[in-house]
Design a protein around this ligand. Structure first.
Ligand SMILES: NC(=O)c1ccc[n+]([C@@H]2O[C@H](COP(=O)([O-])OP(=O)(O)OC[C@H]3O[C@@H](n4cnc5c(N)ncnc54)[C@H](OP(=O)(O)O)[C@@H]3O)[C@@H](O)[C@H]2O)c1
Length: 349
């Protein structure tokens, strides 16, 4: 296993993070998996044996059950790993049971600590933007949690570029704790993150934790052109994230993943993970697994190194058209800076 610094922080995290959205698997998480404490403990042990030191959960995963199962699965090994969890989603019916108000953040952090059976959260992430709470209120509440020792680092998830930049600016201005990372969707299936989120990470020194790095299974090689989703998979169960806007590009990308996988004698999923790990600013990929076989396969991705030629083939087949103002900036390519180089260079003739 390799370890990378989480952005500009001093924290080192494994390039593979264990995801826990399938722990419990109730309510909206039902199509993802139904891991009970024993199955979760086996996954946690496998991940730890492979060198994984970061586990990601959220309060909203199965309405708190994922955190609870993770806490039990870790037991006395809690301090052997770093726990990342999240706040913002709806945890009850009362008016303040969601969002990023001081009220909800403090209440939700205490509840997460209780469910996880721990006295601190290593990385506390805001799960989504809250456009109705003043940003300073959110940042000050997070800062207080860090000062109290209940939270060690803070991160964002699913913010746009301007939202992230505004939050970093507000933290700096008020001398408050700064986000050290962002958790985002970024895969060969959709490279939208390259237009704003990856550049802001490079520019601002934020670590990137990638969620759904194999697009929830889409890039595993089991979904093929002209065929129905196989039974027992997330898509078969009606899960629709991430949305697919360009089926042609998706299936061409899968074909390339399968071909490169065959050359390495591995499945496509591992190639997709290795590709994302090779991208600028990416710190770690958060893998989810329904079965232990899937997890073993994904953990091995940490050791798969793709050649420059293979990375270029995958880049080419998954390339998306530049959106404005990037296509216009391409016309002034004499002054491309480090943050947008990875985005613009593939489009230069
Ligand atoms: N911040 C956020 O908003 C956000 C959103 C989503 C997820 N997350 C985090 O990211 C984690 C990972 O998300 P994800 O589960 O969507 O990630 P993913 O790795 O893209 O997809 C995992 C799914 O793909 C299939 N799969 C995994 N490995 C496979 C393999 N080797 N071969 C064949 N199929 C394989 C399995 O589904 P099937 O068996 O059904 O095919 C598995 O449940 C979550 O647990 C959570 O911690 C965060």
């Amino acid at each position: 296993m390799q370890y990378r610094q989480l952005g500009s922080s001093g924290l080192r995290v494994s390039t593979i993070t264990l995801g826990t959205m399938g722990f419990g698997g109730t309510g909206w998480a039902s199509p993802i998996g139904h891991l009970d404490v024993d199955a979760a403990r086996r996954q946690v042990d496998m991940a730890r044996d492979a060198g994984v030191n970061l586990i990601d959960t959220a309060d909203v995963y199965s309405s708190g059950l994922s955190e609870e199962i993770l806490g039990k699965a870790l037991g006395s090994s809690r301090d052997e790993v770093l726990i990342a969890t999240k706040v913002r989603g709806e945890m009850g019916d009362r008016p303040n049971d969601a969002g990023l108000s001081r009220h909800h953040i403090v209440e939700a952090a205490e509840a997460s600590l209780r469910r996880l059976g721990t006295d601190h959260i290593d990385l506390y992430q805001v799960h989504e933007w809250d456009g109705q709470t003043p940003l300073e209120e959110t940042l000050r509440a997070l800062d207080d949690l860090v000062r109290s020792g209940k939270v060690r680092y803070i991160g964002a998830s699913n913010y746009t570029g301007w939202q992230l930049m505004k939050a970093l600016w507000a933290s700096d201005k008020q001398h408050l704790e700064r986000f050290v990372s962002q958790q985002i969707y970024y895969s060969l299936q959709a490279r939208d993150a390259e237009s704003e989120l990856v550049p802001v990470s490079i520019d601002q020194g934020l670590g990137i934790l990638v969620w759904s790095p194999i697009a929830g299974g889409l890039l595993s090689g089991k979904y093929r052109r002209g065929q129905d989703a196989p039974a027992g998979t997330r898509r078969f169960e009606g899960w629709t994230e991430p949305p697919v806007h360009d089926e042609d590009r998706l299936y061409a990308t899968i074909d390339e993943l399968v071909a490169i996988g065959e050359a390495h004698d591995v499945f496509a999923a591992r190639v997709a993970l290795a590709y994302t790990l090779a991208k600028p600013a990416v710190t770690s990929v958060i893998v989810g697994a329904r079965t232990e076989e899937q997890l073993a396969d994904n953990l091995a991705a940490a050791d798969l190194v793709l050649s420059t030629e293979e990375l270029a083939r995958l880049d080419a087949v998954s390339l998306e058209p530049l959106r404005y103002p990037h296509w216009h900036q391409l016309g002034a390519s004499d002054r491309i800076g480090p943050a947008t180089r990875a985005l613009l260079e593939p489009h230069l003739g």
